[in-house]
Design a protein around this ligand. Structure first.
Ligand code: ADP
Ligand code: F6P
Length: 326
């Protein structure tokens, strides 16, 4: 198990898909730790960079002018080697070699699984939820979601303008391979007629086609379908809809633009508080924890417990989206 000792040096890394607000979290980790007399080491390129010993000292000035920047100044990566026992042991040994007694991991569930393995090997770890997908069960909030959902919403508003002018059906694909939160929120915020979620793979295409025909009879000037990346196939779906309904249809895939851009106020503030809390937990001698936000409070959970929690799309919210598309 992780060692409960005085923390002199804290490492910080970002892992998995990047998310706006990760820089605000890094900045908070660096400045909270330095303010409490603890040295900080930045690990570049996630676990891959840890295994490659891409480790740099971070000062308060190194994180100046970063709170407003999208992406992650430490870069991020996915790393297969970290999934192996050998890789995990090597990573723990490198932490020891560099005097990293506490490690803050900013990422999603996969990254937390890596932190859990390191905690079992004696490295004190705390995770911070950073993903645009909002798909971490122990927390109501993940860094990056607010920026990404607003970016997508604004883009969809623009597509809607041209869709209305041309009286078209627009299928707009938003990110989310396994999670439909971005799709659900955009569906509600953009007043979409349909939302296709990866959690509900078997959508009824025939019913959509009938609905489009009905909507046209009722005088609707466009028909917006928000399709999650996990369902995919937007271009083919547009062709099938056009052929079956006679309504022109176009697909727009928003893609990685949703992961970039300056973080919103909400992302900056939550990231700052979570970053500070992660350091405080380590300084209190805690390890194998993940920071979260629940019921108006910043909280923390054991990583094992957090990874076993489930979070699904609430059926009520999905139904409301349908009702409002009348
Ligand atoms: P996210 O953190 O956003 O869920 P991934 O699932 O891609 O993203 O995980 C990020 C990285 O975390 C992986 O590339 C890998 O290095 C590490 N990771 C994922 N799962 C595990 C695991 N079970 N054990 C150890 N490390 C893992
Ligand atoms: O996890 C964040 C996310 O943007 C998902 O929504 C998406 O499915 C995935 O990452 C895309 O990953 P990549 O950057 O490898 O294309």
């Amino acid at each position: 198990m992780a060692e409960n000792k005085v923390i002199r040096t804290i490492g910080v890394l970002t892992s998995g898909g990047d998310a706006p607000g990760m820089n605000a979290a890094i900045r908070a980790v660096v400045r909270t730790a330095l303010g409490k007399g603890v040295k900080v080491r930045g690990i570049r390129r996630g676990y891959q960079g840890l295994l490659d010993e891409e480790i740099i000292d971070l000062t308060a000035r190194d994180v100046s002018d970063t709170i407003q920047r999208g992406g992650t100044i430490l870069q991020t990566a996915r790393c297969e080697e970290m999934r192996t026992e050998e890789g995990q042991q090597k990573a723990a040994a490198i932490c020891k070699k560099y005097g990293i007694d506490g490690l803050v991991v900013i990422g999603g569930d996969g990254s937390f699984a890596g932190a859990q393995k390191l905690a079992n090997l004696g490295v004190n770890t705390v995770g911070i939820p950073g993903t645009i997908d909002l798909d971490i069960a122990c927390t109501e909030y993940t860094i990056g979601f607010d920026t990404a959902v607003n970016t997508a919403m604004e883009a969809i508003d623009k597509v809607r303008d041209t869709s209305t002018s041309h009286e078209r059906c627009s299928i707009i694909e938003v990110m989310g391979r396994d999670a439909g939160w971005l799709a659900l929120w955009c569906g509600i915020a953009n007043g979409a007629e349909r939302i296709l979620l990866p959690e509900e793979h078997d959508f009824d295409e025939e019913a959509i086609i009938e609905d489009i025909k009905e909507c046209r009879k009722r005088g609707k000037k466009n028909y917006i379908i928000i399709n999650a990346e996990g369902i995919g196939g937007s271009i083919e779906l547009a062709k099938r809809i056009e052929a079956a309904t006679g309504m022109e249809a176009r697909a727009t895939i928003l893609g990685h633009m949703q992961r970039g851009g300056s973080p919103t106020c909400k992302d900056r503030v939550y990231a700052s508080i979570m970053g500070a809390k992660a350091v405080d937990l380590l300084l209190e001698g805690k390890s194998n924890r993940v920071v979260g936000y629940r019921g108006g409070e910043y909280v923390d959970f054991d990583i094992n417990e957090a990874l076993n929690m489930q979070k699904g799309i609430p059926a009520y919210q999905y139904e409301i989206a349908r009702e409002l598309a009348l």
